[in-house]
Design a protein around this ligand. Structure first.
Ligand SMILES: [Zn+2]
Length: 145
């Protein structure tokens, strides 16, 4: 019985405890196209193994898969281990200032995605990147709460 219990716990090491769902923006201008492939390329150029987020929502409201949920992301220093990272394309106005540039489609997709994740992770808290302690950025440029 004991060995079975250990086996079970080992299998579950593939799954992560999720405490946080962190919302980000790509910090690109509303007028600039910045696809999930652009984001993945830039993150890899920074030395990441892959795009740092788990989901990426483009301006058309389409949600693109980043890392798998069982994989630790690279999006919130000190909080990656037990979180899911979601990023929307945009976050800066045409002059490059922080701005909630989400399209109606992005808002709707983000709301539905969070709803679905909350079904699987009911205890996870949904926060904006800037709501985490020590973060000096404006990201995601809107009030998540
Ligand atoms: Zn961020």
């Amino acid at each position: 019985m004991m060995s079975n219990a250990i086996l079970t716990s080992c299998q579950y090491q593939n799954y992560r405890r999720i405490d946080l769902i962190v919302i980000h923006c790509s910090a690109t201008r509303a007028t600039q196209r910045y696809t999930v492939d652009d984001c993945r390329r830039d993150h890899r150029a920074r030395g990441f193994a892959d795009i740092g987020y788990h989901y990426y929502i483009t301006r058309d409201g389409v949600v693109h898969r980043g890392r798998q949920l069982y994989q630790v992301g690279a999006h919130a220093t000190g909080y990656n281990q037990h979180s899911i990272g979601i990023c929307y394309e945009g976050g800066l106005d045409i002059r490059g200032r922080p701005c909630d540039t989400r399209t109606t489609e992005q808002k709707e997709t983000l709301r539905r995605l969070i709803q679905r994740l909350k079904e699987d992770y009911p205890n996870a808290k949904v926060v904006g990147h800037r709501d985490l302690p020590g973060v000096q950025k404006a990201c995601p440029c809107f009030e998540v709460s």
